[in-house]
Design a protein around this ligand. Structure first.
Ligand SMILES: C[S@@+](CC[C@H](N)C(=O)[O-])C[C@H]1O[C@@H](n2cnc3c(N)ncnc32)[C@H](O)[C@@H]1O
Length: 271
């Protein structure tokens, strides 16, 4: 199993990394041979993975649009930022409310370097970038840059989009989400999306697990029930837990077949 916590492992371009492999699926250029190899291994078994990555970005756009629009959120904590691409969280939010403030968090130093260079805020808003690990939520909450940018006495939109399936069971993903949620005031919101094997034939799952083992067990897809458990004690926003394409699709668009995407998404309000 690869050690994703030591600095040497974090900078190792010979090992596939979530952000760089995802960047490859999205058609970006910030990836290395190991990321492309792993990306191709998954695509050989699950040929719609690139579409799934694009659909996930669309879900992020719609969910952040909902937070900044209907929900009136002006502060965002985006954990698992990913390499900059189209419609990053601060861009979606600041298009609706230019004064929006965003703190980006990722544990990949390459992501943080690109984010600092490219994810620049509107003059009215503010953005900050912190290299921290979701598996150590207290280190995120203790970061001085977080408190210099966001007022945790006012509602925050916490986005954990396509990151929790990289936190394995023994790393306590439910505890990490619970710790972050507990630090946010009533009226805050949580946006999650997550990979799943639900609905896939057993043969495909076995092949995906083989590809996953080749990357040291990088991902831990979860069932609908396991995903829904992240929202325990929170008020799910309509339409609840759904395949991401079915979560408030853009008017006039046709949502993809969930089996081609294999991701759940939902938004909830912290009571
Ligand atoms: C698939 S990308 C998703 C990017 C973006 N949220 C989106 O949905 O388009 C997952 C991101 O989570 C980051 N990540 C994975 N595990 C992490 C952890 N334990 N702590 C912080 N970031 C992590 C990766 O470096 C990567 O940038």
């Amino acid at each position: 199993m690869s050690d994703t916590t030591s600095p040497a492992a974090k900078l190792d371009t010979n090992v596939a990394h979530p952000a760089r492999r995802y960047n490859y699926w999205l058609g970006g250029k910030d990836n290395f041979a190991a990321d492309r190899l792993s990306g191709d291994q998954v695509a050989a078994v699950f040929p719609t993975v690139k579409r799934a990555a694009q659909e996930n970005r669309r879900f992020l756009r719609r969910a952040v649009g909902f937070l900044a629009g209907e929900a009136g959120i002006r502060q965002f904590l985006d954990v698992g930022t990913g390499l900059p691409t189209a419609d990053n969280t601060h861009e979606v939010a600041q298009r609706i409310a230019p004064e929006s403030r965003v703190v980006y968090v990722d544990n990949d130093p390459l992501v943080m370097a690109h984010a600092r260079a490219l994810l620049t805020s509107s003059p009215e808003g503010k953005s900050a970038y912190i290299e921290r690990d979701l598996r150590d939520p207290q280190s995120i909450l203790d970061a001085p840059e977080l408190h210099a940018t966001l007022d945790l006495g006012r509602p925050v939109g916490l986005t954990l989009v396509a990151i929790l399936h990289f936190v394995r069971d023994f790393e306590d993903p439910y505890g990490a989400v619970g710790r972050l949620v507990a630090a946010l005031p009533s009226g805050s919101f949580v946006v999650l999306s997550h990979g799943t094997y639900d609905g896939l034939p057993a043969e495909t799952v076995a092949k995906l697990e083989e590809a996953n083992a080749a990357t040291g067990g990088l991902s831990r897809p979860r069932s609908r029930d396991e995903f829904a458990r992240f929202f325990t004690g929170l008020d799910l926003v309509d339409p609840g837990v759904l395949p991401i394409g079915d979560w408030r699709p853009e008017p006039g668009s046709t949502p993809p077949d969930p089996i081609d995407i294999c991701m759940y998404g939902a938004v909830a309000r912290i009571p």
